[in-house]
Design a protein around this ligand. Sequence first.
Ligand code: AMP
Ligand code: MG
Length: 623
Amino acid sequence: MDKKLITGLILAGGRGSRMGNVDKGLQPFRGKPMAQHAIERLLPQVGSVMVNANRNLERWLELAAPVWADETPGFAGPLAGLEAGLRHCVTPWLLAVPCDSPFLPPDLAERLGAAVEQADADLAFAVTREPGMRPQPHPVFCLVKTSRLPVLSRYLAEGGRRMDGWYADLKAVEVLFEDADAFRNINTLDELQVLDASLPPTLANVVSCLSGYDPDALPVRDAQRIIREFVQPVRAVEQVALRAALGRVLARDVISPIDVPAHDNSAMDGFALRGSDLRGDAPVTLRVIGTTYAGNASGLVPAAGECVRIMTGGVMPEGCDSVVPQEFVTQEGDTITLPAGVIRAGDNRRFAGEDLKAGSPALKAGRVVRPPDLGMLASLGIPEVAVQRRLRVAFFSTGDELRSVGEPLGEGCVYDSNRYTIYGMLQRLGVDVIDMGVVRDDPQALEEALRSACENADAIITSGGVSVGAADYTKQIMAKLGDVTFWKIGMRPGRPLAFGRIQSNGRSAFLFGLPGNPVAVMVSFYFFAREALLRLNGADAPLPLLRARSSGAIRKKLGRTEYQRGILAPGADGHPEVRITGSQGSGILRSMSEANCMVVLHDEQGNVAAGDMVDVLVFEGLM
Ligand code: AMP
Ligand code: MG
């Protein structure tokens, strides 16, 4: 159906009683009035858009015109709004949508229009169906023949109010839409806020918070910040046995079910005694009434003047609050004597719950589980934990010049090394990898690869094709598939970077288009992709930079970040000292191989003199 035949109608005439009697559609959502989202989605689908509202008409007029109030008195519901719209509609068709449907389908008019034409119907409305549920009609999303106004007016005049009641005698057809979320409406301010906070931001949202944003001269810090704000953790949790949690990200806080230690106990091998028996200025002699070992309570209850021999970890006997280490006492028969002042009351006793109280968090969500954490969880008797599902990352290389190992290397070709570097770096992050090989510089091949990656992975890493080069279609296709931005970052090596989120067939994935040069790939991966991937997987793990002394002078340009490959070792005085490896060209992968760290020289830093302190990123543990 020609869109000029349709007028869009935003139904915004409700009382808003569940929103505290405010105009729902004027409430801010994602930085603009909620109804504006619906208007913006509807506009491209129809000839023009009008609004039905009963209050704040001037404000509504700022969003769209004309604005019509109900003509049936008393807030008679959406049908009264529909009636007002039909009365003023000058096109043969009217498409109504509620003002609180910011996600309405982009093909709503097209599909409803096709359905009425095909069935020669008076009206078409949307239905959705969740798996295993009955179809749910959405009669407020309807395309109506304008000439059917009298039927509606009669229904209203007779007191009818049901949205799906007025067209009983008309020919109405249902149109099934797959995406139920597109019809989601928002009823309360709380819902609005929760939804607003839970929705992923757009790149434009994120970038708008940055002053002086210039994609062609973006400081490293700003790029990192944009990425950090844009990337939202994937919410998918699985329960795994304790050992399998090693290297995984905890999805929830682990709450200790017990006190650690479970009892007051001894920190020493010695004698448990009552502090009240100690005398500050004189030796004390006590009678030993028995022994208590770690692992079982003795049941012994010493009286005044008595003590119990106790081993480290032994449960403190009732009434005892101090332990004197055995090396401080002289023993004779069943008595011990301790000199004056060797201990004070309360010494060498560990309290129950001193390390960890029952009910308090032992480990926090977001933590990457390491060996001591496994031990700690075991010490709490916890057999399994909730961890984030492993992130799935697809990657491929782009370039007609690339050959894979095993293939002959033709004239002007190079072996694809990036895919191996990236494979290694991803493995070290503990994600599941999907290696998609080399993709030619061909629009169709690139689109297919990106779509397939998007449908099968949470994130996509590509290399090559994001710089200025005639044969590179990568940028074009990336931009076509979603919210992707292309940066020139103030850094060396690795200036170009593509970043964003793409969609394909209802799935989406974050995209990192790394540069092609082999060293630039690694630098961009560690300083941009790594933290984002970890964050996607629910972990908060910024890169640990250390300080070290530079053994030599380093030339450095102000106003950009430079990453130099270095070798870190103890200097003559034993303090860490770093020297730069030989050639630093961005294609020289050997410089990375020889290095054991990267020297990070920040934007505001100029030339480095020998002996100056610099930041380094140590590879050990990272790679
Ligand atoms: P591009 O950004 O695609 O122009 O690539 C920049 C440079 O990196 C070119 O010299 C490419 O040949 C090289 N390059 C791109 N991808 C790879 C790769 N996967 N392995 C090795 N070198 C590559
Ligand atoms: Mg290329």
